[in-house]
Design a protein around this ligand. Structure first.
Ligand code: FES
Length: 107
């Protein structure tokens, strides 16, 4: 299990940020003081989910508009039908730690 430091929690703005960890491009979402990490690449095509708009816990893909629940990676609307990987997150001494093994994918 590999927990990697994504950065200082306070440094992340509300909403989405792109994070590169262990060769994976991840989308980190800050909602108030909670953090969620999913694969950054939309399961429909090659759009970056960290650049999408966030509505409550749903991020809207900027390319074709599929919405994914950032807590589960599951698409809630078409055209995406497949989930994106999710990654465990914990805050340690003010740092956002991500378990890069948890997603099981390289998206
Ligand atoms: S690339 Fe995301 S919905 Fe098409």
């Amino acid at each position: 299990m590999a927990w990697l430091d994504a950065g200082a929690a306070d440094a992340f703005p509300q909403g989405g940020s792109k994070v590169d960890l262990a060769g994976r491009t991840l989308a980190l979402f800050r909602i108030e003081d909670d953090f969620y990490v999913i694969g950054d690449t939309c399961s429909h095509a090659m759009a970056s989910l960290s650049e999408g708009e966030l509505w409550d816990y749903d991020v809207e893909c900027p390319l074709h508009g599929a919405e994914f629940d950032v807590r589960t990676g599951v698409p809630r609307t078409l055209p995406a039908t497949q989930p994106v990987p999710t990654y465990e997150v914990r805050i340690e001494k003010g740092r956002v730690m991500v378990n890069v093994d948890a997603g099981g994918g390289s998206r």
